[in-house]
Ligand binder design. Structure first.
Ligand code: ADP
Length: 270
């Protein structure tokens, strides 16, 4: 965007010379606009499940004499309520990531631990989708940051990889070290992402058409959270994908030396 300059201070130095301090307000306006969009989008996205919950509750009330109907409406109500819970928790996480300047809980994080717990947390989802998660790559790597935030980012990639994969396929999580950078790659052999959507899927609430029709449970916030979480840690997330072939999302984070209290691998004696 073009810089928009406003004068914030003017000091007369001599009769012919005045010093003017200018500030570029484009960035501040951009942030402000983003915040307004976020509130507007969020309210819009919340209206649908809130409306559904209300309608289903009313339907249950008026179907009180018909146990079968009550059962059907109740299970749909439960599904809508859990979708609403997921949506609100993601909205809160995202706005926290966007708002705070500092990570609250920064420490040396063992990559193995956050990957393992993200994999564990998605075991049930993978199981019911008939997808096998395969972990591999380098062990013993560390990054600096908030383990919970990073774990959620990896978890969101896993949740997507599983959700957009066919039954019987594998989802891989690989870790490697490349020139001082830890790379965590989540690979699936699923539906893939059309070229035209690849840049936009990291935007809030953006979902590719195929995903919309396939999975109504999505929030469109998962990748936006991944992007913000990783950027917060001085890293980046990139995507490779071919429709019909699959996708690989790679998180890159600056590696740090293992903390002192971690026993170094004993050197094997010759
Ligand atoms: P959602 O809750 O819809 O999955 P995300 O922000 O996590 O929201 O993802 C945004 C969109 O990116 C998805 O709706 C889907 O279109 C696409 N997407 C994300 N991950 C994958 C994947 N592994 N395979 C295919 N499409 C994906």
């Amino acid at each position: 965007a073009e810089p928009r300059l406003v004068a914030v201070r003017a000091t007369r130095i001599s009769p012919r010379l005045t010093l003017v301090v200018l500030r570029d307000i484009t960035e501040r306006e951009r942030v402000e606009q983003m915040r307004r969009d976020f509130v507007a989008n969020t309210s819009h996205e919340l209206k649908t499940p809130v409306g559904a919950v209300t309608l289903l509750a009313e339907a249950i009330e008026s179907a009180a004499d018909d146990p079968e109907q009550v059962r059907i409406f109740s299970s749909r109500l439960t599904a809508e309520a859990s979708r609403l819970a997921l949506l609100t928790s993601r909205i809160m996480n995202l706005s926290r990531l966007q708002a705070a300047d500092e990570l609250t809980d920064e420490r040396d994080v063992a990559v193995d631990e956050i990957v393992a717990s993200a994999v564990d947390a998605h075991a049930i989802q993978a199981d019911s989708a008939g997808v096998t998660m395969v972990r591999g790559g380098k062990r013993g790597l560390y990054v600096r940051g908030d383990a919970q935030v990073l774990g959620e980012a990896i978890g969101n990639l896993l949740a997507n990889a599983i959700a957009y994969s066919p039954e019987g396929s594998n989802v891989g999580v690989g870790v490697k070290l490349s020139e001082g950078v830890v790379e965590i790659a989540v690979t699936d052999r699923g539906i893939g992402i059309p070229e035209g959507d690849q840049e936009r899927i990291f935007e809030r609430f953006y979902r590719a058409d195929q995903a919309r029709s396939r999975r109504t449970g999505g929030t469109g916030l998962g990748l936006s959270i991944v992007k913000h979480a990783v950027q917060r840690h001085g890293g980046e997330v990139t995507l490779w994908s071919r429709p019909g072939k699959g996708s690989t999302f790679t998180i890159r984070l600056p590696a740090i030396a293992p903390p002192d209290d971690v026993p170094k691998k004993p050197k094997r004696r010759k």
